[in-house]
Design a protein around this ligand. Structure first.
Ligand SMILES: *[C@@H]1O[C@H](CO)[C@@H](O)[C@H](O)[C@H]1NC(C)=O
Ligand SMILES: *[C@@H]1O[C@H](CO)[C@@H](O)[C@H](O)[C@H]1NC(C)=O
Length: 352
C-alpha cells in the first residue's frame, strides 16, 4: 500500500530488495560455542573429571532450579546472547545425551570447564582440550549434513555466530600453579605461545566454514575472589599483576584479531574485550544494582568452587542477584546478563 503511493525508480527498488534479501539472509541461524567454564553448558558432566558443577547449589536460579553443569547459579552469557538473537534461551551441551541434532541445529556448545589454549592446561583436570572441541565440531558438521542435507547444513555453518571464550585457565590453573610451563617459558613467551595456538584455532574454524565470530578476551582476573584471597602483597585487594597480565594478553589478542580480519577473506571477528565492563562492575557494583564484589555468594565466598561449593553450606548467600561473583572463580547469572547485554549492543550491529 505504501509502496503504491511512492514513485520508486527501478534501481531504487532493486537496492531496497537486495538490502531486504541480504538482511534476511544474514540472520544468525545458530550460536556455536567454544571455550572453558565461562561458557560450558554441561559437557564436563559426561567426561571423568573433577571440574564439575552438576550439583546444588549450582543452577538454583536456572529455569527449573536445576544444576546443569554450568559454573553459575543460572545462565551464562552465551545463553543470553542466544536468547537475544531470538534463538533458544539456553545453548545445549554437545555431549549431553538429552539433546540431539535437531536441538543442536540452532545452537551447540563444545566448551569444557578447566580447559585452555594450551593442551597441558586441559590435562590438569582431565578435561576436553581445545583441539578436541574442534574435532567435535567436525563431527557435528557431519551429523548436521546428514540431518538437513549439505546445502542447509552449510548455510548454518556459514551463517552462525561463533562464540569463543577461553584463556584464563592457562594462566591461573596452569602457568602460575604448576612448575612445567614456568620453567619453559617467561610469561611473555608463554603469551606468545598461547597466541600462536589461538591463531591456528581461529584459522581452523575459518577453514571449517566459520565467518562470524565473537572472540572474547580475558577479564580482570586479579579481581576474582580466589585471586584476592591469595594476593600476598595486599590481601583481599585485586591482584595488580594478574590484571596487568590480562591487559597485556588482551592487547596481543586484539592484534591477532585485526591481523586475521585482514587475512581471512569474508571472515569477521569481533573482539569482545570484557576487561573494562567487568572492571566497572567490580569497582562500581552499585551502578549495576549489585552490592557485593569482593567475595562470592557460595560458602565463605573466598575460595569455594566446584565440589567445595557444595550443598549444605550455611554461609551461601540467599540472593545471588546482589553479587558479582557466584563462586570464587565465576560470575553470577546477573553479571553474565549485564556483560552479554553490553556486547550484544555491538554484536547486533555487526552480525544481524
Ligand atoms: C530428537 O529428539 C526428539 C525428542 O526426543 C525426537 O522427537 C526427534 O525425533 C529426535 N530427532 C532426531 C533427528 O534424532
Ligand atoms: C595438542 O595436541 C594435539 C593432539 O595430540 C596436537 O595435534 C596438537 O599439535 C597439540 N598442540 C600443540 C600446540 O602442541
Amino acid at each position: 500500500m505504501v509502496m503504491a503511493t511512492h514513485n520508486f525508480s527501478p534501481s531504487i527498488l532493486c537496492i531496497i530488495l537486495t538490502t531486504l534479501v541480504s538482511i534476511a539472509g544474514a540472520k544468525v541461524p545458530a550460536i556455536i560455542v567454544f571455550g572453558d567454564s565461562s561458557v560450558d553448558s554441561g559437557n564436563n558432566n559426561f567426561i571423568p573429571t573433577m571440574a564439575r558443577a552438576n550439583f546444588e547449589p549450582y543452577g538454583r536460579d536456572f529455569p527449573g532450579g536445576r544444576p546443569t553443569g554450568r559454573f553459575c547459579n543460572g545462565r551464562l552469557s552465551s545463553d543470553f546472547t542466544s536468547e537475544a538473537y531470538g534463538l533458544k534461551r539456553t545453548v545445549p551441551a554437545y555431549l549431553d545425551p538429552a539433546y540431539n541434532i535437531s536441538d543442536f541445529a540452532t545452537g551447540v556448545c563444545f566448551a569444557s570447564a578447566g580447559t585452555g589454549y594450551d593442551n597441558s592446561t586441559a590435562d590438569v583436570l582431565g578435561v576436553i582440550p581445545l583441539w578436541k572441541e574442534v574435532e567435535y565440531f567436525k563431527e557435528y558438521q557431519q551429523k548436521l549434513a546428514a540431518y538437513l542435507g549439505h546445502r542447509k547444513a552449510e548455510n548454518i555453518i556459514r551463517g552462525s555466530l561463533y562464540l569463543v571464550s577461553i584463556g584464563t585457565n592457562d594462566f591461573l590453573e596452569n602457568y602460575y600453579t604448576l612448575p612445567d610451563r614456568r620453567s619453559q617459558y617467561s610469561i611473555s613467551q608463554y603469551q606468545d605461545y598461547l597466541i600462536g595456538i589461538a591463531e591456528v584455532f581461529l584459522k581452523d574454524l575459518y577453514k571449517l566454514g566459520a565467518r562470524k565470530m565473537s572472540f572474547t578476551g580475558i577479564s580482570p582476573m586479579g579481581c576474582l575472589p580466589l585471586e584476592r584471597v591469595t594476593n600476598m602483597n595486599d590481601p583481599f585487594s585485586c591482584s595488580r599483576s594478574y590484571n596487568d597480565l590480562a591487559v597485556d594478553f588482551n592487547g596481543r589478542l586484539r592484534r591477532l584479531v585485526s591481523k586475521l580480519n585482514k587475512e581471512l577473506v569474508g571472515m569477521r571477528i569481533y573482539f569482545a574485550n570484557p576487561y573494562d565492563i567487568i572492571w566497572d562492575i567490580v569497582t562500581k557494583p552499585d551502578l549495576y544494582g549489585l552490592e557485593v564484589a569482593s567475595s562470592a555468594c557460595c560458602g565463605t565466598g573466598l575460595f569455594e568452587m566446584g565440589f567445595l561449593c557444595g550443598q549444605d553450606n550455611p554461609l551461601t548467600c540467599s540472593d545471588a542477584n546482589k553479587y558479582v561473583f557466584w563462586d570464587a572463580f565465576h560470575p553470577t547469572e546477573r553479571t553474565n546478563q549485564i556483560v552479554s547485554n553490553y556486547f550484544f549492543k555491538h554484536l547486533k550491529n555487526v552480525f544481524h
